[in-house]
Every structure is written in C-alpha cells, then in structure tokens.
Ligand binder design. Structure first.
Ligand code: SF4
Length: 525
C-alpha cells in the first residue's frame, strides 16, 4: 500500500524539472512510499494503485488544462503531430481527477496542487466559459490546496496525517472553513457575491492578491482561507536539487535532460504572467556549490556528451539577485543588484568543469537587468543560435499596461550588436490596451526588425492582472477604462497584421503549437 499517490496530468519522469518527481523523491527520503498515476485517461486508471494510506495529490501539470487544450482563440488544439506521445489531459483536469477519486475512494484525503489549482485558488475569471468561477477547492470538493512551490507543505501534510493531526493552518495552503478562526490575522478579499456584482470589487480583489499574506474570501456561506506562503531558502533548493534523480526522460521526450534550475521566483512583475503568484516575486537562488556539484554529477553520466542543455529559471539572468530587504517592487528598485556578478561567476566556474564542452542558456533573458559584462559573457559562450528576449510590444501605453515598460531596449540592442550575435524577440498582440492602431504600430516595428521569433495572442489566464483588465475593462490600479479587443474579428485581424509582411513570423503561444481561429463574445456588463 502506498502512503501517498500523486495523480498528474503530465507524463512523469524522474528529473529535477518534473515537479512531481521532486516531491516523490523528497517524500521517499523522509520514509514515505509514493506512487504516481500519470495522465489518467479514465476513472479506471485512477484505481490502479488502490487507496493511499495518507492522501492523493492531484495536479493537472505545469500549465492549466484549458491553456493546454485550447488555443488563445479558444479552438480545441489537435495533438501536436511532432510530439509522438499523447498527453491526454481532460478539460478542468483538477476537478475531473478529484471527482474520479471521490467516487472511488470516499474516505481518501485529496490534496490539490500545480498551476491550475494554484491560479484558481480564489474567485477567478474563466476565459473559456466567459464567466467568474468559485475557488477550485469548492468545485473539486478536495480537502486542501497547496499553491506554488509545494515541497514544505506536502511534507507537513504527510507528517500531520501520519500522526492523525489536523491539516489546517499550514503555510502555503488554502482550506475552507464555516467560520474564520478568531485568532487568524488575515486580509479579507471582497466576497464571491461582491466581485460577481461589481467589477470595481473584482479589481479590489486583484489588488489584494499576494503570497505574502493570509487572505480570506467569503464564498456563499463558507470561507476560503489562504495561509501565506512559507519562505523557501537557498538551502531548501540545494536539498531538493541534490536528490538522486536518474534524469531518465521518456524516449519520446528529449532536449532538456541536462538542464539545470538555478533559482526560483521572478521579480519581473509582468501583468500577463502569474509566476509571482506561483513561485513568488522574490528570487531564491541555489548556492553556487550545489549547482557546480550537480554539473559534476552530470559529467559522470554515461550518455552525457559535454553539453549542459540549460542553466536558468523563469528568467535566466535573475540568478543571484536575491534580496528580501522589504516588500517593495524589486524591478523598479535602485537597490537591486543589476551587475549579474554572481551569475557571471557561476557561468565561468561551470565552463571550467572537466567534461563540460558547452553550457547553453535557453531560458529567456531580461534585457533590463542584463549588464554589459553579462551580455558579452552570454554572446561569447552560452548562446546556441540567438539570444531570446521578450519586449512583448512597442507601444508605450500597452507596455505600461503589461508592466513591461522597463529598461532601455534600444540601448540593449546597440550593446548586444557589438557582440556580432543574433537576437530574437517575443511579442504579444491583442493584450488589453492594444487596438488596431497599436497592432499596426507593432507590425510596423516588427517588419523593420526582421528577426522577430514569435508572436502570441494574449490569453486571459486565471488570476493575472491583465486578465482582470480583460474581464473588467479597467486598469485595476487606477480603475481607469482600458480598451480591450474582445471580438474574434479584431483578434484575428490583429494577428493577421503581424503576419502580413511574411517576416517569417510564426504565430505560436509559448507552448509551441501552430495557429488556429474561432468565435468570441465580450464579458457581460
Ligand atoms: S530593497 Fe529593493 S530589491 Fe530589495 S527587496 Fe526591497 S524592493 Fe526588492
């Protein structure tokens, strides 16, 4: 009998980049017996390992099942013929798996985790149904939800269940309650009813969302309680990434076997992204020694040919800029260390390890925190074909609404040109604030650039600031009206504009699938 059974929408592989593998290895190190059910297709699959002694851990995977299954224009994705494996994930996988378990294992405890659950933990706008949905704990009727990084919480839940203790009050989790515990210090969000009745209230809720606080939200006659996220430390990450992974990838997957994660978190604060509500808006960097040890271990692996596939995180050049001096907005802070000196030192030492031919950096780079020395280092040693950066747009108002109006792009391009290497660019169209006028401006700029790599159509994913703008038609910070391209016709036109000059621009979303088209409706007044 297993103590814990993980049910994951994605394929499972014993590798540090597989979240379920990190949890499994860590729990096994603590003496627990862990089973995994990967990509279950039917209810029958969910029964194959029997009932766990402590709990089922459910995750739809690293991306929301609706983002996985539908294009930004809401067209069902066909399975990518290039990927010779079928990773079938049902729509709203977290709820489906939870219902399958409740039906077959009535007494089992269900723990939710992963991106889908984490970013649907409060009342949220669901783009695919074009309506507000209650927190996912209510729709899944699971017992507890672990949001963001999960290692500490999962260990604590296992230990408490093993000792027949309550799993309430665990930092980094959400739970439902009839009443708010009297001694709980928490910030109250507008209730489900309030945000359903008022878009201003929805904006107020958005402005209060944070991992750093206990939050409560009234949903009908119960309360959703979020306990603030536990502080993860460099020592924690060193422990997790030094676990003895086989790094074996399923034959069907390749290309990142020797990829290494150097840090968690992102200080970028882009409004269309929710990393800050997942990994957090503070950088936690592994120790240099722990990363170098991992590389040395890899060089001893039978099938290592000398290339490290990637060395990075959400943004490659945020390694080593850890700062927790205050609760401010790091990307705008003049105290932020933008020298990249710890990262440059790490890259130089990594290259010197015997057996290493090349350290490739594939993760995107933030050009507004890239020092000239770092740029030179990257261009000389760590770029495979091009250096990828994500300016996303060129119009200053759209960039402000994206919270991407940082740094000096022209200055960066000028500096980078000196290296003689190529840049490639990520762009986004149809984001709130982007009308046909702004889309033409972007198309104009891209046509001059000639090496824009990808453009994606904005997708309103749960819990991001940009999704709040999409749903409310307002900038939540100022409550000022924002233009939002709702109609299918306009989104399609904005996209077509960017392709018109055949600049070799591929329209893909960052998952790598090719373009599609369908029908649209504006959220009700
Ligand atoms: S001092 Fe600046 S860089 Fe440090 S935590 Fe505060 S805002 Fe971030």
């Amino acid at each position: 009998m297993y103590d814990i059974i993980f049910v994951t929408g994605e394929l499972y592989f014993d590798h540090p980049l597989c979240g379920t593998a990190v949890l499994k290895r860590l729990l096994e190190k603590k003496g627990y017996k862990v089973g995994v059910i990967e990509s279950p297709k039917t209810e029958v699959d969910i029964k194959k390992l029997g009932a766990p002694r402590l709990f089922f851990g459910i995750s739809a995977g690293s991306i929301d099942s609706m983002v996985r299954n539908y294009t930004p224009l809401k067209k069902k994705r066909e399975l990518d013929k290039n990927l010779n494996y079928d990773e079938f994930v049902p729509d709203r996988a977290t709820i489906v798996y939870s219902n399958w378990i409740r039906k077959n294992f009535k007494d089992s405890t269900i723990v939710l985790g992963g991106t889908e659950a984490s970013l649907r933990r409060f009342t949220h706008y669901d783009y695919w149904e074009n309506r507000l949905r209650r927190p996912i704990l209510f729709d899944s009727r699971a017992h507890i939800l672990v949001y963001g990084s999960a290692e500490k919480q999962v260990i604590e839940i296992a230990d408490k269940l093993k000792n027949h203790k309550s799993i309430d009050r665990i930092d980094g989790t959400c739970i439902t309650h009839k009443e708010v515990p009297e001694d709980l210090v928490a910030v109250e969000l507008p209730s489900f009813k309030e945000v359903s009745d008022s878009k201003e209230k929805f904006c107020d809720m958005q402005n209060k969302l944070s991992n750093h606080r206990n939050l409560i939200q009234k949903i009908d006659n119960r309360y959703l309680i979020q306990y603030r996220a536990p502080g993860y430390t460099p020592e924690d990450l060193d422990e997790y990434y030094s676990l003895d992974f086989s790094r074996k990838l399923p034959k069907k997957m390749s290309g990142f076997e020797f990829s290494i994660l150097t840090h968690r978190g992102c200080i970028g604060g882009c409004n269309f992204c929710a990393v800050k509500l997942m990994q957090g808006d503070r950088i936690v960097s592994r120790s240099e020694e722990s990363i170098l040890t991992e590389i040395k271990k890899i060089t001893k692996m039978k099938h290592f040919k000398g290339n490290i596939d990637d060395l990075g995180g959400a943004s490659a050049n945020m390694y080593g800029i850890d700062c927790n001096n205050c609760g401010g907005n790091c990307i705008d802070c003049d105290k932020l260390d933008r020298s990249n000196k710890r990262l440059i030192a790490l890259l130089r030492k990594s290259r010197k390890i015997p057996g290493v031919k090349k350290i490739i950096v594939r993760s995107g780079v933030r050009y507004d925190i890239a020092s000239p020395e770092y740029i030179k280092e990257m261009a000389q040693h760590h770029i495979l074909d091009t250096l990828r950066i994500a300016p996303e747009h060129v119009n200053k108002d759209v960039l402000r609404l994206m919270n991407k109006n940082k740094g000096d792009l022209r200055g960066f391009i000028k500096e980078f040109k000196k290296t003689g290497r190529k840049l490639s660019f990520y762009y986004m169209t149809a984001h709130p604030g982007s009308s046909m006028k702004e889309a033409r401006e972007l198309a104009e700029a891209i046509s001059k650039l000639k090496n824009a790599e990808t453009v994606q159509v904005f997708t309103p994913t749960p819990m991001t600031v940009s999704t709040c703008m999409y749903y409310t038609g307002m900038d939540p910070k100022t409550k000022k009206k924002v233009y939002v391209p709702y109609s299918y016709r306009e989104k399609k036109e904005q996209k077509r504009l960017l392709n018109k000059d055949e600049s070799g621009l591929k329209e893909i979303n960052r998952k790598g699938y090719q373009k599609r088209t369908v029908k649209f409706v504006k959220p009700k007044k």
